[in-house]
Design a protein around this ligand. Structure first.
Ligand SMILES: N[C@@H](CCC(=O)N[C@@H](CS)C(=O)NCC(=O)O)C(=O)O
Length: 282
């Protein structure tokens, strides 16, 4: 790679395929499938293809919350998509999500099968389908959708911007780290000020906006995504920490965070509520 201070973009950009970066199997300038691969289908109508990243867990948190309410039709099979190995470019996955990113959902209870991609769209689809965790109308619904879409628009600055340059880029460059740190601290302050007078993001009721925002900003505040807790001084956002702790401690949230996680405390695949039995806590 050229020195950042001397790089002059050529007239036409050409792809120089990376071989050593952790993203070498992921980064491509074209879309579409790279190989044939049929996706597995389990016994439930809802089939989720995902991974326990923040974008993945927001959906499994919602599914576990729906089941905790006694909505048995929300039972689901969750299959692991290993994005480091390029599973998102398999033909079956691309049929469900032409954008090749987790999470993706297939609902086989409809005819024809409904495909849904983009985590925010999946949350909205499930909340509307089961009539839960979303206000039914008026200003309450508008507030919920506003925070849900806020998360969808804001998190790329956190993951693709701050996280990339602070934790993953081959060198620490001051310019992008400053630029994205400024934006992330502003976003944390937006949340902190909103939560100063509200128990949950939209008021007294916990809903899909809390789940979506927790998955990125709650986890950042509590566990320090990218090992940035001290750098970002996340403990100073006291209202955010109070709210994140309350969401974090919900049993359904704890279960949702374990799904499609390849660790001793996680489930690589999830097919039944009993799959959680006997897992290590964590
Ligand atoms: N806006 C999308 C973003 C999804 C996304 O970025 N997923 C990442 C993992 S967190 C992914 O699948 N990356 C694989 C790739 O970029 O090839 C959503 O919210 O669903």
């Amino acid at each position: 790679m050229a020195d950042s201070t001397t790089y002059t973009p050529p007239n036409v950009w050409h792809w120089q395929q990376e071989t050593e970066s952790r993203f070498s199997k992921i980064n491509r300038p074209v879309a579409g499938a790279t190989h044939e691969k049929v996706l597995p289908v389990g016994k439930h109508p809802l089939q989720l293809y995902s991974l326990a990243t923040p974008n993945g867990v927001k959906v499994t948190m919602l599914l576990e919350e729906l089941l905790a309410l006694g909505i048995t039709h929300a039972e689901y099979d969750a299959w692991l998509i290993n994005i480091g190995d390029g599973d998102q470019f398999g033909s079956g996955f691309v049929e469900i999500n032409p954008n090749s990113k987790i999470p993706a959902l297939a609902d086989h209870s409809t005819s024809p099968t409904t495909r849904v991609f983009e985590s925010g769209a999946i949350m909205l689809y499930l909340a509307e389908k089961f009539g839960a965790f979303i206000p039914s109308g008026g200003s309450e619904r508008a507030e919920c959708l506003s925070w849900l879409f806020w998360q969808m628009g804001s998190a790329p600055y956190l993951g693709g911007g701050f996280g990339h340059f602070y934790a993953y880029a081959p060198e620490k460059w001051e310019y992008p780290i400053n630029r994205y740190t400024m934006e992330i601290k502003r976003q944390l302050d937006v949340l902190d000020r909103n939560l100063e007078s509200r128990q949950f993001l939209c008021g007294d009721e916990y809903n899909i906006a809390d789940m979506a925002v927790y998955s990125w900003y709650g986890q950042l505040a509590l566990t320090g995504l990218y090992e940035s807790k001290e750098f970002l001084q996340v403990d100073s956002y006291t209202h955010l920490i109070r709210w994140a702790t309350e969401v974090h401690n919900r049993p359904a949230v704890k279960r949702g965070r374990k799904v499609n996680r390849a660790s001793k405390s996680g489930l690589i695949e999830r097919h039944d509520a009993s799959d959680f039995d006997g897992l290590e806590s964590g």
